[in-house]
Design a protein around this ligand. Sequence first.
Ligand code: SAH
Ligand code: SF4
Length: 316
Amino acid sequence: MTALDKALVAPKNLNEDELAKMLASTDEGLWREIFAAAREVKAKCGKTEVLPRGLIECSNVCAKNCLYCGIRKGNDKTVRYRMPEEDVLGCINEVRRRGYPAVAFQAGEIEGEANTAYYERHIAMCRGLEVTLSLGEQTEEVYRRWKDAGAMRYLIRIETSNRELYAKIHPAECSFERRLGCIRMLKRLGYVTGSGVMIGLPGQTIDDLAHDIVFYGDENLDMVGMGPYVAHPDSLMPDSRYQLPTTNYQLSLRMIALTRLYLWNVNIVAATALEALDPENGRRRGIDAGANVIMPNLTPEKFRVEYDLYPGKVKT
Ligand code: SAH
Ligand code: SF4
């Protein structure tokens, strides 16, 4: 039985080596079969309907300095904003007007009472909508308060499941253990929990990516949101001579397909970064690869231009 046949029998029916071998393949014919199989599994799990969540990028103020990110604290070219409540309310109304069932608040990472209360007020404005948060690492008390206010899902990417690579792309004060602890805490608190990685990071290998997929399963994630790494001109990223078998964009589509084949019944986001690299087709190709969630960006233009995580993002 081929690895692909095995994947179609049951979830988690591939091991890390098999995932790595498939990911390393440059056989286009095999990839066509893998994408078709991912769609088959998606249909079998009743996930063919595309679920929209209106994305609101509430603030680009961030206390962290992740080396890859355009809005990291140390980038003094970024003009900082925090959306006034009336603008947030306008976005929430737009979510309702479009008939989306869900809203997602995303922002730089800030801790403290003012920030906690700011999102409590936003969540309270979302009655009747499902609320996803992507607001980084917080204390258990804060996660609890947001849950009590009505939030249902939380997305916090582990960025890479390789601890050494994590240390290379973050300043020393960022802790892999704390981030992982947050994922587990969110699950324990009853959030529908999502995580994911960036694909094509300098120094990242095929084996790392195969390990990321196994990590999603080991952590029992409900959602996966991952996308291509896109170099930002103001980043502090190290260089790497390691060459992945294809572009970050293509590899991201392949990661979506293999994640669907490995986990089966999860929600997978067609990441905005796919659109940054392929504005015409990125989202659709993510869906065709096995994703079933899209997050249309509803942030008003005047704020959106400053939420510049990576090049190409803003114009989408
Ligand atoms: N501050 C929160 C949420 C906003 S950042 C947090 O960090 O969790 C959302 C995601 O943007 C990050 O998790 C990271 O995976 C992604 N991101 C940042 N810079 C990027 C880049 N240069 N290329 C691709 N994705 C990037
Ligand atoms: Fe801040 Fe998130 Fe960017 Fe890190 S990835 S610098 S936490 S916005």
